[in-house]
Design a protein around this ligand. Structure first.
Ligand SMILES: Nc1ncnc2c1ncn2[C@@H]1O[C@H](COP(=O)(O)OP(=O)(O)O)[C@@H](O)[C@H]1O
Ligand SMILES: [Mg+2]
Length: 275
């Protein structure tokens, strides 16, 4: 039994409608949360562990390591996890650039109180230079970021372009980690354009919100595009509900399951359903 058994697997004919409602409800109240001095110890510690787990799962190279985060659906916590993971790497003295590749609905700019334009899409379409789009953060001097940029009618094409490939090659020369936030893969395929140019992908799911079947489909989609799946991050993990149902006594708000070992099979088993 792995971390997946803690994830809600209720099935409902209305689940897409409910998901839309959930997205609408959250859209107006969305917040951006970056680790700081007042963050509870267990949350900071969970990100530290996540950072450590990821750094050991990617072999060290002479150039920077490129990691992308994705998830099945919106609101799973991709942006929250990527922004804070990038910050955690920066805190531990690595030079990091956070790239917002969610050209449709990117929110990285909001974390740093900046406009999202000009950004990645503007650079890729030749409308902005690299120095126009790479910004330093006040949160940490090792952390830089690139916002998503101007809305484009063809994000997938921009992300799979030679310009994107060359940009990543260039960033790898200057940064130890290039961390890329992407749109949800079961909604749009933009993230798949990046799998050939990243060293590894992490899949974010949300405790008691994500369906095992959706996570399984997301994993299959990533595998199909030959992504090196480093692991699955269980975001918004609720210790109390796991205790109640007799699960692990894991005290962290974020869990991390490395490798394929914990992945559910494509067919949901009886055991999964009971979880
Ligand atoms: N672990 C968490 N605890 C509390 N709120 C969270 C957590 N993770 C994400 N959120 C909130 O949920 C919303 C969606 O998160 P976000 O990272 O934007 O998701 P995504 O990028 O997958 O669409 C945001 O308002 C964010 O602040
Ligand atoms: Mg996001």
């Amino acid at each position: 039994m792995g971390l997946f058994s803690m994830i809600s697997n209720h099935r409902s004919k209305n689940r897409f409608r409910r998901m839309e409602q959930r997205n609408k409800k959250h859209a107006s109240t969305r917040t951006e949360y970056l680790l700081n001095d007042k963050t509870p110890f267990n949350v900071t510690e969970a990100f530290r562990n996540l950072k450590a787990a990821i750094s050991v799962s990617v072999p060290k190279k002479s150039e920077g390591v490129v990691i992308m985060a994705t998830s099945a659906y919106p609101e799973d916590g991709k942006t929250t996890v990527t922004a804070n993971l990038a910050l955690m790497f920066a805190v531990s003295d690595a030079k990091v650039v956070l790239v917002d590749a969610d050209i449709r609905k990117g929110r990285i700019a909001r974390y740093f109180k900046r406009k999202s334009t000009p950004g990645l899409s503007d650079y890729l379409s030749g409308q902005a230079s690299l120095s126009d789009v790479v910004h330093r953060t006040r949160a940490n001097e090792n952390l830089s970021y690139i916002t998503c940029g101007t809305h484009s009618p063809r994000p997938y094409e921009l992300l799979e372009s030679d310009e994107m490939k060359n940009l990543i090659e260039e960033l790898k020369k200057y940064y130890d980690y290039v961390i890329i936030d992407t749109p949800p893969i079961l909604v749009i395929s933009d993230a798949l354009a990046l799998t050939p140019i990243v060293d590894g992908a992490v899949l974010v799911c949300r405790h008691e919100v994500s369906y095992v079947s959706d996570i399984s489909r997301a994993i299959s989609t990533l595998r199909f595009s030959k992504a090196n799946i480093l692991g699955v991050i269980v975001n918004d993990f609720k210790e109390s509900s796991v205790r109640k149902y007799g699960g692990y006594g894991n005290k962290y708000s974020y869990g991390y399951s490395d490798g394929y070992g914990y992945a559910p099979s494509a067919e949901t088993t009886e055991e999964d359903k009971k979880a």
